[in-house]
Design a protein around this ligand. Structure first.
Ligand code: GLV
Length: 311
């Protein structure tokens, strides 16, 4: 009987009805890495999330592994090349989460620009004393502004689509020119012209700390920086320094260099920052589709069929 190990409980019932497989799910307590290390030895397939680092040590333990199915679009947590060199297929869940992630990116951008979180917090802490006043909690307009998108993959493209509804002027910078309805510009131009800079890059050796102090310094003083893809593409210490020095007006982040983040992170004490805990794909519908996709990918490989998405 083939053995499948699953590192987290997945939404939906997509693992049901596979009685001819021995399916083991991490019980939720104990050290998950140790659990993987001991269970992968004779596993044929594994479903992981971006929390679990699947490196050489883990891959070397596996004697029969045929598929690593990640419940994510990102795959920086997996040594994909090494897995492939060992004949292991690596699958992932792109497309199904693109729109939800773009919604969230747009949401945190609006929240930062219009003081939505600060306003909510003010009321909850009994800080709204004076009623409506002309100069009270003023923010930045979003409609009609220039949106600079860095990276024109699926998520960048979905952010671009949304910008049309806000009458924004989208421009983008990417490794290559894409056939999209926005002007391709060089990075310096994008940084200096944009009112909102959205980072929509995946993490790899070329994009690590892509946004650093030098690049943030090229942004407008009134601009906002938004990151909704991977924390490590932005040098967080540099962002903190730039915000302290009022180089830009604010930032909105759904992803961080080291997650989870708590109130000790210097960003947490900055008023001009909106933060959410890696919620890009966190909707009922999207997480369900990700489960369906990750499970289908896995069984397809084990049953000798093509997975929906492989790396
Ligand atoms: C989320 O960050 C993902 O990679 O799916």
């Amino acid at each position: 009987m083939m053995k499948i190990i699953v590192t987290r409980q997945l939404p939906g019932n997509y693992l049901d009805g596979h009685e001819n497989f021995d399916i083991r799910i991490f019980p939720g307590n104990g050290d998950i890495r140790q659990w993987i290390l001991s269970n992968i030895v004779d596993a044929d397939g594994i479903i992981v999330t971006l929390n679990e680092r699947i490196d050489r040590e883990i891959i070397d333990r596996a004697s029969r592994l045929r598929v690593i199915s990640t419940y994510s679009v990102g795959y920086d947590h997996i040594d994909v090349e090494y897995a492939k060199s060992r004949g292991i297929t690596v699958t992932y869940t792109p497309e199904v989460l693109t729109e939800a992630t773009a919604d969230l990116i747009f949401g945190i951008m609006l929240a930062a620009a219009r003081n939505i979180v600060a306003g909510d917090s003010l009321i909850r802490h009994d800080g709204w004393k004076s009623g409506w006043k002309p100069g009270f909690m003023l923010g930045s307009e979003v409609h009609g502004k220039t949106l600079g998108i860095i990276g024109m993959g699926r998520i960048g493209n979905a952010v671009l689509k949304r910008s049309r509804g806000f009458d924004m002027k989208p421009i983008y910078y990417s490794r290559s020119i894409h056939n999209v309805d926005a002007e391709y510009v060089d990075l310096d131009y994008l940084l200096s012209e944009s009112d909102f800079v959205v980072i929509a890059l995946d993490l790899n050796s070329e994009t690590f700390h892509f946004m650093n102090y030098e690049r943030i310094s090229k942004m407008k003083k009134s601009a906002f920086l938004i990151n909704g893809t991977r924390g490590k593409v932005l040098n967080e210490a540099d962002l903190v320094r730039a915000l302290e020095n009022h180089i830009i007006r604010g930032a909105a982040l759904d992803v961080f260099e080291n997650e989870p983040v708590d109130s000790r992170n210097p960003l947490a004490s900055m008023e001009n920052v909106v933060m959410t805990p890696h919620l890009g794909s966190a909707t009922y519908e999207t997480r369900d589709r990700m489960a369906e996709t990750a499970v289908t990918n896995l069984f397809n490989v084990l049953n000798g069929k093509r997975p929906l998405y492989k790396l």
